[in-house]
Write a new protein. Structure first.
Length: 342
């Protein structure tokens, strides 16, 4: 594998001899590797990623957003690590090799990620980190960011697309999905709320999953917010929502143990407090009032996305087996039922 990737690695401004490379199984979208370079003094690790251009149509825009925000945070003396890509030999933040686009990040030392939240302390700290990240970007002009995926959190459009697929698809997939389809129809009212409210346009991270925070292995404290591909102008609703979606469940999004899936209230409380504290009074009244609604909307949207992908034959999310997206959709519906009933 190393040999195959060497022509790519050599295009970046790094010193030392590539000595090891291994895939990192993280995320549903990009292809990720951990790379080790040997130097005279030490070993240094990096994260090499192939950008999925089916989904991120303009790698240029993605990398521009990341570097603009990174630069701004640096000037603001943001207290945590800032994820900045390594430049290529021709001073770009990504390279094109054959038909693919690649980028390289330093691997932040002594860190780890978690797929689940096991303590209220972790929920509070991670949510604080996302809130703090937003706060440091408070006076960054969000409109200066490119929309890396158009209509990413346009739940209304997601609903329309879902609805069209429910009409278009016949056969086994439709039959298997029918119960979930009916359940999602009933949650349609969630979309109508958002049409009538006006919230500040902010720099939204848009993928505030628990595994998008690096924790220090020793202190167990968050040290870096990662996965910045979906940095876009947006509202805080979905950032808060994606935390609720991924921090609070009793079981994670791939679990098919449906009757064991619920929102853990103590984690929800801790993350809400952490997020608000991270923003340190910068959120306005309406934003604070709508957090809980944002969580419902986000989980609803995610269920729509998984079910639409299932109906469409899995063009978007990586799947490990035929029913994977259906399972994920059912899982999200259970979670939504639980949240709505709180
Ligand atoms: C995707 O690839 P990953 O896991 O970072 C998706 C998110 C979804 C998530 C569901 C660009 O994120 O929006 O919430 O899967 N990212 C994109 O787990 O679509
Ligand atoms: Mg992501």
């Amino acid at each position: 594998m190393l040999e195959k990737l060497l022509p790519i690695i050599q295009r970046f401004q790094i010193e030392g001899q590539a000595s090891h490379i291994a895939p990192i199984e993280i995320g549903h979208i990009n292809e990720t590797y951990k790379l080790t370079l040997k130097n005279r003094e030490s070993d240094n690790d990096f994260v090499l990623q192939k950008i999925n251009t089916q989904i991120f149509k303009s790698p240029q825009d993605v990398m521009e957003n990341i570097t603009k925000v990174g630069q701004f945070l640096k000037e603001k003396n943001y207290p945590k690590e800032i994820l900045m890509p390594i430049q290529s030999v021709d001073n770009q933040y990504f390279i094109k090799y054959k038909t693919d686009y690649w980028r390289l990040f330093p691997f932040i030392k002594n860190t780890q990620t978690f797929n689940e939240v096991d303590t209220t302390e972790k929920a509070y700290q991670a949510a604080f980190a996302f809130g703090e990240y937003g706060r440091y970007l408070n006076d960054f002009d969000a409109t200066a960011l490119k929309e890396t995926i158009q209509d990413f959190h346009n739940t209304n459009l997601r609903y329309q697309q879902f609805f069209e697929w429910t009409k278009k698809v016949k056969g086994t997939r439709k039959k298997k999905a029918q119960k979930s389809i009916d359940q999602l129809f009933k949650y349609r009212y969630l979309v109508s709320v958002i049409k009538d409210i006006k919230l500040p346009l902010r720099v939204a991270h848009n993928d505030t999953k628990i595994n998008n925070i690096l924790f220090d292995k020793t202190t167990q404290q968050p040290v870096c917010v990662i996965d910045l591909d979906t940095l876009m102008p947006g509202t805080i609703l979905y950032d808060f929502g994606d935390m609720v979606r991924t921090f609070t469940p009793s079981l994670e999004e791939n679990s098919a143990d449906y009757d064991q899936i619920f929102v853990r209230k103590n984690i929800l409380k801790a993350l809400t407090e952490g997020y608000i504290a991270g923003w340190n009074e910068e959120l306005n009244y309406l934003e604070t009032k709508l957090l809980h609604y944002g969580a419902q909307l986000t989980i609803f949207e995610q269920a729509l996305r998984f079910l639409t992908d299932y109906l469409a034959g899995d063009p978007y999310y990586k799947v490990a087996y035929a029913e994977h997206n259906l399972v994920r959709a059912k899982n999200q519906i259970c979670l939504l039922d639980s949240l709505v009933s709180l």
